[in-house]
Design a protein around this ligand. Structure first.
Ligand SMILES: *[C@@H]1O[C@H](CO)[C@@H](O)[C@H](O)[C@H]1NC(C)=O
Ligand SMILES: *[C@@H]1O[C@H](CO)[C@@H](O)[C@H](O)[C@H]1NC(C)=O
Ligand SMILES: *[C@@H]1O[C@H](CO)[C@@H](O)[C@H](O)[C@H]1NC(C)=O
Ligand SMILES: *[C@@H]1O[C@H](CO)[C@@H](O)[C@H](O)[C@H]1NC(C)=O
Ligand SMILES: *[C@@H]1O[C@H](CO)[C@@H](O)[C@H](O)[C@H]1NC(C)=O
Ligand SMILES: *[C@@H]1O[C@H](CO)[C@@H](O)[C@H](O)[C@H]1NC(C)=O
Length: 460
C-alpha cells in the first residue's frame, strides 16, 4: 500500500505536460546509449571490454528470498490517475521487490495483465535500455503499455495496440537507480554494471514468481530494446544456467526478442556510420574517409584520423532526431516531457562500468539452447540501425532457413523477415528506435508472431 501511494504521487506529479510520441524531447540530451558508445570509442584500454560470456558460473549461491505473503494484494492498483472510466478491463499491479536486503536494494515493477485470456497467455518481462531508461516511463507509458498519456498531460487513454492483448507484461525498472528502483546504500549506484543488473533481475524474477505463484509454470519470454540488447541475453543466460543448478524456482523461459539492440561494438558503430551514408546524411568524402581509415574491431583500433571523420559525421547528424531519422526534432525551446526527465536516470549512465564490447557469444550460446531468439529492427532508427543488426547477425554465422521476404500487416508491407537456424530477424518498416510508438500495429503484429513462434504473414 505504502509503495503504491508513493508511486501514485510521483505519477501524478510527473504527468503535468503531455508526452507526444512524434517528438521525444531533445534527442541529444537524452541519449545514454550514445554516451556509452562515445565512452567506449574514447577508451583506449577498455576495462569495459571484459566479456560477460566468460564469467565463471561454477559457484552458485542461492538468491535472496523475501517473504511475499500478502504483497500481491497490496500491489494491486485500483486505477491509475486519469485513466479512462470505461474499458479498463484488465488488472494492474505495481510495487517493489527487494533484491538485496542487506543493502536495502529494491526494484520497482509495473505489471498489466491481458484483458482476455490472462490465465493462459504467456508472461513477458519488458526491459528498456539506456543504461538508465525507465521501463515504466518509456516502455509502459509511451510504447507498448496499456495506456498513452493524452495531450492535456493529465489523463490517459487506452492504447489499442498494447502488447497486453497478447501477453501479461511486467515492466521492470532496472538496474537500481533507474526510475523508481533504488538502493539505500548509495555506493551501490557506482557499482552498477551488466553483471549485477542480470543478477538483480534474476533475483527479482524468482521473488516475483513467489508473489504471483500462478505464473510460476507459465511460458515466459524476455523482450527489450536498445541497451536491453545486453540485459536480455545476459539475463536469459543466467536463467538457463540457474535453472540447471538450483533447486529454486525453475523459470520457464521460452524465448527472447530484442529490438534495435546494442549487442556488439564493432558492428554497432560500423553499421551506424554506414546507415548515415546510405540514408544521405553524410557526404561521400566522409564515408570514404571512414571506410579507408576506421577499424572498429575494438576501441584500441580506432585511430585519431578515424575519429576526425567520425566527428565530422556526427556534426552533420547533430540536428537529426537520431532515434527516428525522419521524425521532427523537438526545438530546443520546447520542454522535454517531464516524466522522461524525472524517471530516466542520469546517475546510472555516468556510473555504469561493466559493459562488455560484445554479447554475441552470449547470443550464440542461447541459440544453442533451444529457446527462440528473435531480433527485430525499426528501419528508420539511426542509433542502433538495421545495418548494425544485419552485420551482427553476419558475425553469428548461421545459415538461412527461410529467405528474406516482405511480411504483411493491414494490406501493407510491415517490414521484412528472414529465418536463420536458431535465429529470426524481422524489420518493422517505418519505425524508429521505439518500435511500438512509431508503428504500433506492426509492432504488435511482430510481437504476436514472436509469441506464437510463427514467422510473420507472407501474404496480405
Ligand atoms: C530503505 O530504507 C527505508 C527507510 O529506512 C526503508 O523504509 C526501506 O524499507 C528500505 N528499503 C529496503 C529495500 O530495505
Ligand atoms: C482467448 O482464447 C480463446 C481460446 O483459445 C480464443 O479463441 C480467443 O481468440 C482468445 N482471445 C484473445 C483476445 O486472444
Ligand atoms: C562511489 O560513491 C561513493 C559515495 O558517493 C564514493 O565515496 C566512492 O569513492 C565511489 N566509488 C567508486 C568506485 O567510484
Ligand atoms: C536446496 O538444496 C539445499 C541442499 O540440498 C538445501 O539445503 C536447501 O534447503 C534447498 N533449498 C530449497 C529452496 O529447497
Ligand atoms: C582491425 O584490427 C584488428 C585488431 O587489430 C585486426 O585483427 C584486423 O585485421 C583489422 N582489420 C582490418 C580490415 O585491417
Ligand atoms: C542450433 O541449435 C542446435 C541445438 O538446439 C545446435 O545443434 C546447432 O548447432 C545450433 N546452430 C546454430 C547455428 O546456432
Amino acid at each position: 500500500m505504502e509503495n503504491n501511494k508513493v508511486f501514485m504521487f510521483l505519477l501524478i506529479s510527473s504527468l503535468t505536460v503531455s508526452t507526444v510520441v512524434e517528438c521525444f524531447g531533445a534527442g541529444k540530451a537524452n541519449d545514454p546509449l550514445g554516451k556509452i558508445i562515445k565512452a567506449q570509442l574514447a577508451s583506449s584500454k577498455s576495462g569495459l571490454a571484459e566479456g560477460y560470456a566468460t564469467k565463471s558460473t561454477a559457484e552458485y549461491s542461492p538468491v535472496y528470498m523475501g517473504t511475499q505473503d500478502g504483497l500481491k494484494e497490496a500491489d494491486k492498483i485500483d486505477a491509475l490517475p486519469g485513466q479512462p472510466e470505461q474499458g479498463v478491463s484488465f488488472d494492474q499491479y505495481s510495487g517493489y521487490v527487494t533484491v538485496d536486503a542487506g543493502h536495502g536494494r529494491a526494484l520497482f515493477y509495473y505489471f498489466a495483465e491481458s484483458p482476455q485470456n490472462s490465465s493462459t497467455n504467456p508472461l513477458v518481462l519488458w526491459l528498456n535500455g539506456g543504461p538508465g531508461c525507465s521501463s515504466f516511463g518509456n516502455g509502459a507509458m509511451m510504447e507498448l503499455g496499456p495506456f498513452r498519456v493524452n495531450s492535456n498531460g493529465e489523463t490517459l487513454s487506452l492504447n489499442e495496440y498494447a502488447w497486453i492483448t497478447a501477453a501479461n507484461v511486467i515492466f521492470l525498472e532496472s538496474p537500481a537507480g533507474v526510475g523508481f528502483s533504488y538502493s539505500n546504500t548509495t555506493s551501490d549506484y557506482n557499482l552498477s554494471g551488466d553483471t549485477r543488473t542480470a543478477e538483480d533481475s534474476y533475483t527479482f524474477l524468482v521473488n516475483w514468481l513467489e508473489r504471483f505463484p500462478e505464473y510460476k509454470t507459465r511460458d515466459f519470454y524476455l523482450a527489450g530494446e536498445s541497451y536491453a540488447g545486453h540485459y536480455v541475453p545476459q539475463l536469459a543466460q543466467l536463467i538457463l544456467q540457474n535453472n540447471k543448478i538450483t533447486n529454486q524456482t525453475v523459470i520457464n523461459l521460452q524465448g527472447i526478442a530484442i529490438g534495435n539492440a546494442w549487442v556488439d561494438f564493432e558492428t554497432g558503430v560500423k553499421g551506424m556510420y554506414d546507415f548515415f551514408w546510405t540514408h544521405a546524411l553524410i557526404s561521400d568524402e566522409i564515408n570514404q574517409g571512414i571506410q579507408l581509415n576506421c577499424n572498429f574491431s575494438t576501441p584500441n583500433t580506432v585511430t585519431e584520423k578515424c575519429e576526425d571523420y567520425l566527428d565530422e559525421a556526427d556534426d552533420l547528424v547533430e540536428d537529426i532526431f537520431i532515434f527516428d531519422i525522419y521524425a521532427p526534432l523537438c526545438s530546443s525551446s520546447s520542454t522535454t516531457p517531464p516524466y522522461i526527465n524525472i524517471i530516466n536516470s542520469d546517475m546510472v549512465e555516468e556510473l555504469y562500468h561493466d559493459s562488455p564490447l560484445t554479447v554475441l557469444p552470449v547470443i550464440k550460446e542461447l541459440m544453442n539452447s533451444g529457446i527462440s531468439i528473435w531480433m527485430y529492427s525499426g528501419d528508420t532508427d539511426g542509433r542502433v540501425p538495421v545495418t548494425s543488426t544485419r552485420y551482427s547477425i553476419n558475425k553469428l554465422t548461421t545459415s538461412v532457413k527461410t529467405k528474406w521476404y516482405p511480411w504483411y500487416n493491414k494490406e501493407q508491407v510491415g517490414g521484412y523477415a528472414i529465418e536463420y537456424e536458431n535465429l529470426t530477424f524481422v524489420t518493422i518498416r517505418g519505425a524508429g528506435h521505439f518500435v511500438p510508438s512509431y508503428q504500433p500495429a506492426r509492432g504488435l503484429a511482430f510481437f504476436k508472431s514472436f509469441l506464437e513462434g510463427k514467422l510473420p504473414p507472407s501474404s496480405f
